[in-house]
Design a protein around this ligand. Structure first.
Ligand code: NI
Length: 227
């Protein structure tokens, strides 16, 4: 399941990000690819120690933590610091699957990647190509969002970024470990939570049926959450 979170960053915030990112110190993205990925990866990215990457990455993490749709859909426990990348001049990233286990060398923590996310920072009309193609059970879904919007998708999926044939595509990508490893279980919890939220709008705050549904939601979460 793909979940799109619109306007994680508003227009002013996107402008601030772009002003900082366009002149930043971009390096060859192949340096951080695994041995199989290096053959298919052609882009630029910011080093994780880059102060611009750290500061803007922390802003994104704060925004995610305060976004109810993101919290409900991801049930994220640990989020890998956002990685900024730039595609231009035919840059692309061929079909690949993200690494399942990732260890952060400097900060000494590891995650199992359950969910991947891409935050679009360039306006879609500013570049050609550069679609994120995510393979799902029902075929490949092309994703190209407005600047400031984020897509969340299962890390188990094969995906690619098609060549950027003109302009520049800047994005931030991140991975997260969820309290619920299983995609299907996480999707059901998300749908249940969204329905509870939607039903609650028309009910009193002490509605016993809503209370019972919330009770079921939390007990399923307790049952399925990783130990
Ligand atoms: Ni990927």
């Amino acid at each position: 399941m793909l979940v799109i979170i619109e306007k994680l960053l508003d227009g002013d915030e996107v402008n601030v990000f772009r002003k900082r990112l366009v002149p930043a110190d971009w390096i060859d993205g192949a340096q951080t690819a695994g041995t199989r990925s290096v053959a298919v990866k052609q882009n630029l990215q910011l080093d994780r120690s880059d102060p611009v990457a750290r500061e803007l990455g922390n802003t994104i993490l704060r925004k995610l933590g305060n976004n109810p749709l993101f919290v409900s859909a991801s049930l994220a426990e640990t989020i890998w610091p956002p990685v900024f990348n730039l595609y231009q001049d035919g840059g692309h990233y061929g079909t690949h699957v993200d690494a399942a286990l990732m260890r952060h060398p400097e900060e000494n923590f590891s995650i199992r990647s359950d969910l991947s996310a891409t935050l679009f920072l360039s306006a879609p009309e500013d570049y050609d190509g550069g679609e994120l193609l995510i393979e799902e059970a029902y075929g490949a879904q092309p994703v190209k969002l407005e600047a400031g919007d984020l897509v969340l998708y299962p890390s188990t999926s094969l995906h690619q970024v098609t060549p950027v044939t003109s302009g520049q595509r800047i994005c931030a990508i991140m991975w997260m470990q969820s309290a619920i490893a299983d995609t299907q279980a996480r999707t059901m919890l998300f749908e249940l939570d969204q329905s509870i939220q939607s039903l609650s709008r028309d009910r009193n705050t002490d509605d016993p049926d809503i209370d019972r549904l919330i009770h079921v939601y939390h007990n399923l979460l307790r049952r399925w959450a990783n130990p």
